[in-house]
Design a protein around this ligand. Structure first.
Ligand SMILES: [Zn+2]
Length: 169
């Protein structure tokens, strides 16, 4: 069986000829496999934490070769900052992305991706009981955010510019 390596997280999956997701440096196979694992976050007791794993997955698959990829990385790092440093509700993550894009900002710049080798992949959720998933999701988001430390100032500045009402020190 042919295996395909994900260009983002490096995991190997059986090749199924799946199309890569838009805005992410991920194989279609990684995207599909991760969706199955992370679909646990659609359960009612976990859905409020779902954006933690959506954003963390995106920030472990940064695509800096396209405009949509650069924007996706920026927006997902910005919400990680707002959850972790500003106490914003993870349940409002999608809404915050909409607020960021309201004025159609086009100034996001490419952020040189850090080494993400020390950051776990979505597979850390395999076999985890849902009672433990919330804490694990928060921990994963924190580790992904810390991996991007060299860009924290830029990300905070974009939040200050686009969603100042969400920023609390
Ligand atoms: Zn991947």
């Amino acid at each position: 069986m042919t295996e395909i390596q994900c260009p983002g997280c490096g995991l190997f999956h059986p090749s199924a000829g799946l199309q890569a997701p838009r805005g992410l440096a991920a194989s279609g196979e990684c995207s599909s496999a991760s969706s199955l694992v992370l679909s646990a976050f659609y359960q009612p007791e976990l859905v409020s934490e779902r954006q933690y794993v959506v954003d963390a997955y995106a920030c472990t698959h940064p695509d800096s070769s396209t405009r949509i990829g650069i924007q996706t990385t920026a927006l997902c790092l910005m919400t990680l900052d707002l959850y972790l440093e500003c106490g914003q509700s993870v349940a409002e993550g999608s809404q915050m992305h909409q607020e960021m894009m309201r004025g159609r900002p086009d100034f996001f710049t490419r952020l040189d991706p850090p080494s993400l080798q020390a950051v776990p992949t979505y597979q850390l959720f395999l076999g985890v009981p849902s009672a433990n998933s919330t804490a694990l999701a928060c921990n994963w988001a924190e580790r992904v955010w810390r991996a991007w430390a060299t860009h924290h100032e830029q990300i905070r500045a974009w939040n200050q510019q686009l969603v100042p009402h969400r920023v609390h020190s």
